[in-house]
Design a protein around this ligand. Structure first.
Ligand code: S3P
Length: 175
């Protein structure tokens, strides 16, 4: 693939939106590099996300996200991020300034809820009520919206989602 001036592409959105799945397939189809930031952090620290939350707390996890996001932007073409990455002001302000393509993958809350409820690997979803997760979802939308170049609803098929992202990349490439 001809690398565009708008690489890297950063995928944002709530837990369960499909950022990692979409990023992985897209990177294969475009023959470019991909990382999932949560997996990168787990590999670097040799700890799972629930362990990091339990041992060091969410605030420490947000600092790791910031640190490894900066590294990932230097190394990878497509980066899937964790759903809470923009809740940290430093990361939010940093991402806002980057010359990159931020794609917001969204889905109706009820679909996301069914995918993430009581997921032991997601501390911010595990044992959380429907109401708590719903308000977390709505509270995060304004920051996703502020930073994203485009929003794609994963209500459409996976194929259509991938094609939409490709259209954006190649459209950008003409300038
Ligand atoms: C989180 C989302 C997770 C992961 C961590 C915190 C959140 O990533 O970063 O458990 O606060 O929304 P996914 O969006 O891939 O589930």
């Amino acid at each position: 693939m001809k690398t565009t001036s708008k690489m890297p592409i950063v995928l944002i959105g709530f837990m369960g939106a499909g950022k990692s799945t979409i990023g992985k397939i897209l990177s294969h189809e475009l023959n470019c590099s991909f990382t999932d930031l949560d997996s990168l952090i787990e590999a670097q620290l040799n700890q799972s996300i629930p362990e990091i939350f339990e041992l060091e707390g969410e605030k420490a996890f947000r600092k790791y996200e910031y640190q490894y996001l900066k590294q990932a932007l230097e190394k990878y073409d497509i980066i899937a991020t964790g759903g809470g990455i923009l809740s940290d002001d430093q990361t939010f302000n940093f991402l806002k300034k980057q010359q990159i393509t931020v794609v917001w993958i969204d889905a109706p809350f009820e679909i996301l809820y069914e995918r993430i409820k009581n997921d032991a690997h997601r501390p911010n979803a595990n044992k959380k009520s429907h109401e708590t997760l719903k308000s977390l979802y709505y509270s995060r939308n304004s920051r996703y919206n502020e930073i994203a170049f485009i929003k794609i609803s994963s209500k459409i098929s996976l194929r259509e989602t991938l094609n939409e992202i490709k259209n954006i990349i190649f459209a950008n490439d003409q300038y």
